[in-house]
Design a protein. Structure first.
Length: 187
């Protein structure tokens, strides 16, 4: 196992042990007639979530630095880099987009791609894809090629996709907007 990998895991292991010991030592005795006071857990859970988000952001920062990418970050935490500008139709809500893509993880593991699964096609603004893709696609036009980093909350969240994407995973896309079409007649 890589020594740098082991060192990078130590803070996460220590944090997990801290959370385990904290919650296993909490007084969860009923406060009144069998009720548990949720206020007792609110701040520790908020603090734990904040720390996990900070760790994820640091992982993303490290990945971007290793790649040498100068990315734009949106208010939601999504990051993107348009590396080839198209000159086609602008993507708008209510239109259908067809994209060639490759997706993977910060670890470098490749997950899905359009060569094997066909192009990703969806009606913009109707869901059915990761919320981060819905956000970034509205910034693009036909022919654009873009690198995208979706923090876990904009990708598959706490549960992953039950296949290649694990829980709480940051997803990296290399995406090309191939076609922007009207939804009914697809032209």
């Amino acid at each position: 196992m890589n020594f740098k990998l082991i060192l990078s895991l130590i803070p996460r292991i220590l944090f997990s042990l801290f959370l385990f010991s904290f919650f296993s030592s909490c007084d969860t005795r009923p406060t009144h007639k069998g009720e548990i006071n949720p206020e007792k857990f609110k701040q520790p859970l908020m603090d734990a979530n904040k720390t996990l988000v900070e760790i994820e952001q640091q992982d993303i920062d490290n990945y971007v630095a290793r790649q040498g990418w100068l990315m734009v970050e949106t208010g939601s935490g999504l990051r993107y880099l348009i590396y080839e500008n198209g000159n086609g139709r602008k993507v708008e809500e209510g239109l259908v987009v067809q994209c060639a893509y490759e997706s993977g993880l910060l670890t470098g593991k490749k997950c899905y791609n359009s060569d094997n699964l066909g192009p990703k096609e969806f009606l913009v603004g109707r869901g059915g894809v990761e919320s981060g893709l819905e956000e970034v696609i509205l910034l693009l036009r036909e022919g654009d090629r873009v690198k995208i980093i979706l923090p876990s909350h904009l990708a598959f969240g706490l549960v992953g996709d039950d296949d290649c994407i694990p829980k709480k995973a940051v997803v990296v896309y290399d995406l090309e907007v191939r076609n922007v079409l009207n939804p009914i007649n697809r032209n």
